[in-house]
Design a protein around this ligand. Structure first.
Ligand code: FAD
Length: 415
């Protein structure tokens, strides 16, 4: 796909059937569906290159989707499960894998059931996808930042050199993403433009993010950056096994992200939340207490290492959150090892989150994802009010929405 010439064009000269703003997975999937049906599509992207968040996701291996059964899959979308049941019935995880195969990208199911490209990166997929879109006649206008609408209802863009241009397509798709990792281009600035048009938007909040823990200097200095592996985590009615990372300011990583929505909600309500950690999920408390009763004159750290292989950050966390008076009581210590209470005092900012919660409320949309207040303007992707855990559910949701909105826009254009 080539960049269109960046000259000062009148609105009509630049117009196409469809303008898609935002070259992420949702926008580009819609572009493919619409262009494949023979309609002219122009994609506008504020950054110098497209799909930067998708490429960033590729650094972690690009978890495209998940292999679990559809009914379990759709529950991952929580309150919005009915919408996603519908979207995934039309564009399923299997469809997404077939689509990737069609681009020459083979996928595999990892041990956790997550689906990745064999190459474990996004760049080859993005390159092949852009070539396919170019072949379909899609034009890409990078360094075009959408600024809203002019008085005639045309789309206003600011170009890289600061000049402005307008575009008057027959239908518009806004696929501008959420507000996490703004350096990828998705900065959430669209909320003001749509709110000014009366669109109801739930406040944007971090999703799949880390938390703040007031570490002692000792723990921060010795263990920041280290993984805490094979532990159990529990909050409210959810428990899981996994790993997380100690950071300078608290904790982050897979197991933490999986509990991040209820933890975030509790912290917003109460100002804090107590996360329970099982430091030895494979050993029952009674067996741990029995081993701890054998302690002789050796230091606690030597004894924990010898009797339970409890070392490094796991042993440090135990000391950090166990009252000094209970460190030499085998029964109390065993209780803490199986259920260490770690108080989280804050949520890490949206800029460092994997994804965004909040966004355009679904009540603003019709079944084709058109804004009912702004006929002809459609929306898709992370800018809508939904959230899902990591595991491929985010990208699957965005691709499925792109496919749905593409078909919806074709229906709107008619013929
Ligand atoms: C570090 C990281 C790792 C991730 N890993 C995974 C993973 O492995 N699996 C998974 O399922 N999900 C993952 N995600 C989440 C996933 O990448 C996103 O959910 C997905 O990219 C959202 O797609 P989108 O099309 O809605 O928006 P985006 O991908 O954010 O694309 C929106 C585009 O709109 C453009 N834009 C914004 N405003 C304007 C404007 N005013 N004018 C013009 N253009 C504009 C942006 O520059 C951007 O290119 C990860 C996210 C991060 C941050």
């Amino acid at each position: 796909m080539t960049d269109a010439p960046d000259t000062a064009l009148s609105p009509d000269a630049f117009s196409s059937d469809v303008a898609i703003i935002g070259a992420g997975p949702a926008g580009l999937m819609a572009a493919e569906v619409i262009a494949a049906a023979g309609r002219s599509v122009a994609v506008y992207e504020r950054m110098p290159t497209p799909a930067r968040k998708l490429l960033l996701a590729g650094r972690g291996g690009l978890n495209l989707t998940h292999s679990e059964a559809l009914d379990a899959f759709t529950t991952r979308y929580g309150a919005q499960a009915p919408l996603f049941a519908d979207l995934l019935a039309a564009f399923s995880p299997a469809d997404l894998r077939d689509w990737a195969t069609g681009l020459g990208i083979e996928t595999f199911v990892g041990s956790s059931g997550r689906v990745f490209p064999v190459q474990m990166k996004a760049s080859t997929l993005v390159r092949a996808w852009l070539r396919r879109l170019e072949g379909l006649g899609v034009t890409l206008h990078t360094r075009h930042r959408w600024l809203g609408w002019d008085e005639r209802g045309a789309l206003r863009f600011q170009r890289g050199d600061g000049s402005e241009t307008t575009v008057a397509p027959r239908a518009t798709l806004l696929a501008l993403g959420g507000a996490s990792w703004p350096r990828t281009g998705s900065d959430g600035a669209w909320t003001e433009l749509l709110a000014a048009r009366g669109v109801d938007i739930a406040p944007l909040r971090p999703s799949n993010m880390g938390f703040e823990v007031p570490w002692s200097d000792h723990l921060r200095e010795r263990f920041a950056g280290q993984p805490v592996k094979s532990v159990g985590l529990a909050f409210a009615d959810r428990r899981l096994k996994g790993e997380f990372v100690v950071t300078e300011t608290g904790i982050e990583g897979g197991a933490v992200y999986a509990l991040s929505a209820p933890l975030r909600d509790a912290i917003e309500r109460e100002g804090w939340a107590a996360l329970t950690i099982d430091l030895m999920p494979d050993l029952p408390e009674s067996a741990i207490a029995k081993r701890l009763r054998r302690r002789g004159a050796e230091s606690l750290s030597t004894f924990l290492k010898k009797s339970l292989s409890l070392t490094g950050p796991r042993a440090a966390l135990l000391r950090e959150f166990t009252p000094a008076s209970e460190l030499s009581d085998p029964a109390a210590l065993a209780r803490h090892i199986k259920g260490l209470s770690m108080v989280l005092t804050g949520v890490r900012p949206i800029e460092r989150a994997i994804s965004t919660a909040g966004g355009i409320r679904l009540a603003e949309l019709d079944a084709s994802l058109m804004l009912t207040r702004l006929p002809g303007t459609f929306v898709a992707g992370e800018m809508l009010n939904w959230e899902a855990p990591t595991g491929g559910y985010l990208l699957q949701g965005c691709f499925a929405m792109g496919a749905r909105v593409g078909k919806g826009m074709l229906g709107y254009l008619g013929g």
